[in-house]
Design a binder for this molecule. Sequence first.
Ligand code: CO
Length: 467
Amino acid sequence: MKNKKLGITEVVLRDGQQSLIATRLKTDDMIPVLSMLDKVGYSSLEVWGGATYDCCLRFLNENPWDRLKIFKKYFKNTKLQMLLRGRNLVGYKKFDDEIISLFIKNASIEGIDIFRVFDALNDVNNIKTSIDAVNKAKKNSQGTFCYTTSPVHNDKYWLSLAKTIEDMGATSLAIKDMAGLLRPLKAFELIKNLKKNLKIPVYLHTHATTGLSDATNLKAYEAGVDNIDTSISSFSNLYGHTATESFISMIYEDNKNPYDMNLLTKISDYFEKIRPKYQKYEGSMRGVDINMLVNQVPGGMLSILEKQLLDLKKQNKLKALIDEIPKIREDIGYVPLVTPSSQIVGAQALMNILDNSRYKTLTKEFMDLVMGYYGKIPGKICPNLLKKVEKTYVESKSEDPKSISMYKQEFRQFFNDNSMIDLSSNELDLLNYILFPKEAKDYYVAQDNKPSDDVIGLQEGFGLYIE
Ligand code: CO
């Protein structure tokens, strides 16, 4: 039907494992399959993002930059892609332009080719600095909008947003449908419209949560989308993505398939074997959850909420919690639910449910969101809520972003106080500290004060790098 080869991004190493086993996949369990993944012919491998970065330091006692270096070593033919939370980079708070540039410069050097940059609120002011920094590093800057449905999110809204992203200098556009809300026929219409009006390639990222992703990806293909995201079959569907092999089988006849199905089967077998090791991180969902079309809870978020309720021994409140989320969303101008807005709305929903009263306790982050600290809200905020927040909100609570030199100072102090080697000349270690101060400190202390060969090599390497 089509002559052009559709680009396929394999997401198993980032979003696939993030959605299915809470981002716990260890680098050691990835290494044996990397060379095979590199030979498939994917347009890119999504390998890095906020959650993987965070979990490396927080739970896995791994340095996320070391993981990236390993990827770079193994991926000779395939581009590496990461997901970047705009101004929040891979963290949860705003960083200033200098830190954004430092992060992107280093991520480019260490191997990232495609930066998918999004802002949870779709406020373009929050992605501009990152897009500029990626372009400066001569990498692919993928401007992204987070797809959601609401009375304010109509065709006109999406097209105007996409045009703004293109005019900003993004080299491609991604539609990020983190909750699997994009319906097949809507995807066809939306992508047709975008393809007609944009010059840059259009990528689609959708989730299988609602059971629509296979059809949505297929209709997107029919509408001329340039690239879609899939995950290897043994790490697909549920909260995750359309299966790579299934999708390839949908669009190619056996004798015209440019992808090696035997190789894909070997990769899938590998992941099938290691998955049981991570069983305790699996969510409870079976089949599909059509309620998500109403609740708009992203796949990754749902498994986290389940776990939080379990820890509080309030599993019976899950339904109430899920029902609370769209109500809060309406009150705060229909923000899309994705990090960090998903966590903020999720935490406030949890408060409302535990208090058994809406907005009796307001979290600081929720007040920040209402007051525009995270960016421009797409719709209108409920006047009563706004009044209540304005009354309690103290703006000075939201500290200004710190500068690099302030972080350097803190970092140096920490290591000297702990009689450890001074790592403050190493930009990668400094970035770990800037992005996750507590987790990074714990990580470095756990490294037992031993500078690895890698660290020394890096410091030398940085002396050679001229900006
Ligand atoms: Co996703």
